[in-house]
Design a protein around this ligand. Structure first.
Ligand code: DX5
Ligand code: ZN
Length: 217
């Protein structure tokens, strides 16, 4: 069963509690939190304080996507704030293995992320230790961008590696997801869909979540 993870980057920050309840009631499986530092990506968003603020208001797993340089510096605070999954970009640290170990030693599920320009071969040696691979389907930094179709072959490669190595990591996709691109990602092997603008920039978030589920299940 595909999981749907709405990204609160596209929520109304002044109505965050309501916007989380809205997607939870609408059938969301995870809440996706996008942290941006203005260095690793050309935009700023928010830090771990948003995680501790929303933690009491949802029972859903909180999925933290760190788009920051030196992600090691933030792993402990995100863990303490209540993150259930923390994902770090392989391009953002010289020591990806250490960062993944830190996440796991904090008792949190560990994800590794690749940008559109980064090949699967960069992360092959890390696959046995991760709970999730996040394949960026846009260049990170902004909501509302257009899906890059060339990323689909990487989802297929990861799905094949999962099977040959008998691994169980989730394959998450993030960026430009709508009913059409969701179907293509699902067919390629994705198991978690992040959707920001498609869910939140619509009058009825529940209908949008359902349309993603209908497209893939
Ligand atoms: C992009 C973020 C995404 C973003 C997706 O850097 O990682 O999670 O919120 O937004 P949409 O679904 O609008 O492309
Ligand atoms: Zn994200």
């Amino acid at each position: 069963m595909m999981k749907i993870a709405p990204s609160i980057l596209s929520a109304d920050f002044a109505e965050l509690k309501n916007d989380i309840h809205k997607v939870e009631e609408g059938g969301a499986d995870w809440i996706h939190v996008d942290t941006m530092d203005g260095h690793f990506v050309p935009n700023l968003s928010f830090g771990s304080k948003i995680v501790s603020a929303i933690r009491p208001h949802t029972t859903l797993p909180i999925d933290c996507h760190l788009m920051v340089e030196n992600p090691e510096h933030y792993i402990e605070e995100f863990s303490k704030a209540g993150a259930d999954v923390i994902s770090v970009h392989v391009e953002s640290t010289k020591h990806i293995h250490r960062a993944l170990q830190m996440i796991k030693s904090n008792g949190v599920k560990a994800g590794i992320v690749i940008n559109p320009g980064t090949p699967v071969s960069m992360i092959e040696d890390s696959l046995p230790m991760v709970d999730m691979v996040l394949v960026m389907t846009v260049n990170p930094g902004f909501g509302g961008q257009t899906f890059i179709p060339e990323t689909l072959k990487k989802i297929e490669q990861l799905d094949a590696l999962k099977k040959t190595q008998q691994l169980t990591f989730e394959i998450e996709v993030d960026g430009g997801i709508n009913a059409e691109t969701a179907k293509a990602c699902a067919d390629a092997g994705a198991t978690v869909l992040v959707a920001g603008s498609y869910v939140y920039n619509a009058p009825d978030a529940k209908e949008r979540i359902q349309s993603l589920k209908d497209a893939v299940n």
